[in-house]
Design a protein around this ligand. Structure first.
Ligand SMILES: [Fe+2]
Ligand SMILES: [Fe+2]
Length: 205
């Protein structure tokens, strides 16, 4: 996989801004640390991290064109905001350019923004590193980094919780896969997951 890593780095230098490159390298560093701690394949995590934002700075109209050329049919949200396609396009690029068929790498890249249910450990680490790498600065990030080092699943729940709360506060749309991921995580965590109707104090349930 070393030749893939080297070629990806060269490609990134052509495709992304210096600021994005710093984020990607920092993401790799934190993800590799987590992979070591949680005994997950470091090489797979490295390839997925290097690729995850490779197309993030490609202009919207060009990204849409590449997606279609790759056979990706954009949904309504992606048509309105083509930047949302950058993960799917990057995964398809890995498939086509390097013949990567490893589903754990591909899903980690493709779903790093929206998340998805039934995530592999590789995808969980990439999802976490994207939000928690050291150039990220926001309240509570340091605690989440520590949590990710100790308990991967709980860190994923808390990081996703932050993302969902932020989106709801700003009245942003939620991806259906994000909601599915939230339900999947909680279903696996609790013996009987709460629904809105179960909760005390919620009126009109
Ligand atoms: Fe991204
Ligand atoms: Fe990212």
């Amino acid at each position: 996989m070393q030749h893939i890593v080297e070629e990806l780095i060269q490609t990134l230098k052509l495709l992304v801004t210096p600021r994005r490159l710093r984020h990607i390298y920092s993401c790799c560093n934190f993800a590799r640390k987590l992979a070591k701690l949680h005994r997950v394949d470091e090489q797979k995590v490295t390839v997925a991290c290097l690729a995850h934002d490779a197309f993030r700075d490609v202009p919207a109209s060009k990204l849409l064109k590449i997606a279609r050329a790759y056979g990706i049919e954009p949904n309504e949200m992606e048509l309105a905001h083509p930047v949302l396609l950058h993960g799917k396009v990057a995964a398809e690029y890995l498939k086509r350019r390097f013949k990567i068929e490893d589903q754990e790498i591909l899903e980690a890249v493709s779903a790093h923004t929206s998340g998805k249910p039934y995530m592999s450990e590789i995808a969980k680490i990439v999802f976490l590193a994207d939000s928690l790498e050291e150039t990220r600065v926001y309240e509570g990030v340091e605690d989440l980094r520590k949590l990710a080092e100790q308990d991967l699943d709980e860190a994923v729940i808390q990081t996703l919780r932050n993302k969902i709360c932020y989106a709801v506060k700003k009245e942003y749309l939620l991806f259906p896969q994000t909601v599915e991921m939230w339900n999947w995580l909680l279903w696996n965590k609790r013996p009987r997951p709460l629904t809105v109707n179960d909760q005390d104090g919620v009126e009109g349930g």
